[in-house]
Design a protein around this ligand. Structure first.
Ligand SMILES: [Zn+2]
Length: 222
């Protein structure tokens, strides 16, 4: 099961696509395949099958938007099976590598994470990953966790933003900072994305709808 979101961009995991425990998992064909997050782990075979169905080969790069287990749990298996590189922000990379039960929220899910390596530690505010047929912009959006990142790319259908956990939630146990999050959300609004791919709430289409969703979250977490 997969759904085409825009040219070369697909949802391949989350909910009925793989498991309700998983975050929504997105895959991009930029000449090389990029996976944005990968779910808890047990459902990885379904996600891999969904990618094949969508005509996508093995991922070249796995971007982990933050350290939570529902986004990273499958990463060790993905790396073992495909040899892809893993990218994450340096402020969440230690938690990802160690599988820290509190910072990854694995304790909440009753899961245990394998240790793993982050090959590419993003530093600072932002950077651009270049691929044969496009670029993926990474933006540091701290708040939900210290090293949360968003990613965006340009398509024929407009700018597509992978905001993932725009909605939070926030907990001191994994280092949330609501003030930092508000600043991060202002940066996402400035992108004026045409399509927002969220981590749990689905895909929002149209600049106004994207803006409204982010502003609603800002209202809820006042
Ligand atoms: Zn999260």
């Amino acid at each position: 099961m997969h759904e085409r979101i825009a040219d070369g961009i697909f949802q391949v995991g989350g909910g009925a696509f793989s498991s309700p425990s998983d975050c929504l998992v997105y895959a991009l064909d930029l000449g090389e395949v990029v996976l944005v997050d990968c779910g808890c782990g047990p459902s990885w075979p379904r996600i891999g099958k969904n990618m094949l169905e969508a005509g996508l080969g093995d991922p070249h790069t796995l971007v982990l938007t933050h350290a939570h287990v529902d986004h990273i749990g499958a990463a060790p298996a993905v790396v073992r099976e495909t040899g892809c590189r893993v990218a994450a922000h340096e402020l969440d990379a230690d938690a990802i590598e160690s599988g820290d039960e509190r910072l990854t929220a694995a304790g909440w899910y009753g899961l245990t994470l394998e240790t793993m390596s982050v090959d590419h530690r993003m530093q600072g505010e932002g950077e651009v990953l270049e691929f044969p047929s496009g670029s993926l912009h990474l933006l540091h959006t701290p708040g939900h966790t210290p090293g949360s990142i968003a990613a965006w790319t340009e398509t024929e259908q407009g700018r597509v933003l992978f905001g993932q956990d725009v909605h939070g939630p926030f907990s001191p146990s994994f280092g949330s900072d609501v003030d930092a999050w508000r600043t991060s959300m202002a940066r996402l609004l400035d992108l004026e994305a045409e399509i927002l791919c969220e981590g749990h709430y689905g895909v929002f289409r149209g600049k106004q709808r994207v803006r409204t969703f982010i502003e609603e979250q800002l209202d809820i977490n006042r």
